[in-house]
Design a protein around this ligand. Structure first.
Ligand SMILES: Nc1ncnc2c1ncn2[C@@H]1O[C@H](COP(=O)(O)OP(=O)(O)OP(=O)(O)O)[C@@H](O)[C@H]1O
Ligand SMILES: [Mg+2]
Length: 179
């Protein structure tokens, strides 16, 4: 089992939103830190739940997904399923569905893909460009908004369910080691 620990330079700052305790901000300074956060997130979610990944082209959504997949035991390449819209992974620790809806024309296409069954599965589901599936997708446990910050990235993680709140509380503890 992999852990989310990242032994690198001090790259991440952690802040609590003291009002709601459901928002965390992380600032990974390079790709390795981004992957480390993905690992921590997968662990914090106990390897199941729905995560929305919002952010412009190149914001680091697929890199974060790679960290999640590493935590579940996937060592191979992780490509964004831009044309196939979804890539399923059946891994030793559980199932992951990685959606990239950038090229989704109509949310109804998700129906044809069999996404309804995938979303009903006890899996860890990652959705890049969830806005394209708005109105069709179920609510997320965690909504992550990624943006560029200097050479690194800024990640705002917000809980959307009780499972998400618990996951972010665990994540706040586990990523403390990173900073
Ligand atoms: N925290 C980070 N700091 C610096 N570079 C990063 C970080 N995270 C990712 N990157 C780099 O940003 C680039 C784009 O990352 P990625 O492909 O994950 O973006 P994306 O949000 O999935 O883009 P798209 O919307 O096109 O799918 C990659 O070269 C990756 O190495
Ligand atoms: Mg991507």
């Amino acid at each position: 089992m992999t852990t989310c620990r990242y032994r690198g330079r001090a790259l991440i700052r952690l802040k609590w939103d003291n009002v709601s305790k459901t928002t965390i901000i992380l600032e990974p300074g390079d790709e390795a830190a981004q992957v480390a956060i993905g690992r921590c997130l997968a662990e914090a979610l106990a390897y199941h739940g729905i995560v929305y990944l919002n952010g412009e082209l190149g914001a680091g959504k697929t890199t974060l997904a790679r960290g999640v997949l590493r935590a579940l035991g996937h060592d191979g390449a992780v490509k964004s399923p831009t044309y196939t819209l979804v890539e399923p992974y059946d891994l030793e620790t559980g199932r992951v569905y990685h959606f990239d809806l950038y090229r989704l024309g109509d949310p109804e296409e998700l129906e044809f893909l069999g996404a309804r069954d995938m979303l009903a599965d006890r899996a860890l589901t990652l959705v890049e460009w969830p806005v394209r599936g708005e109105g069709w997708l179920p609510a997320a446990d965690v909504v992550i908004t990624l943006s560029l910050m200097g050479q690194g990235r800024r990640l705002v993680l917000e809980a959307g369910s009780d499972h998400g709140v618990q996951a972010l509380q665990r994540l706040a503890v586990s990523t403390r080691d990173i900073s």
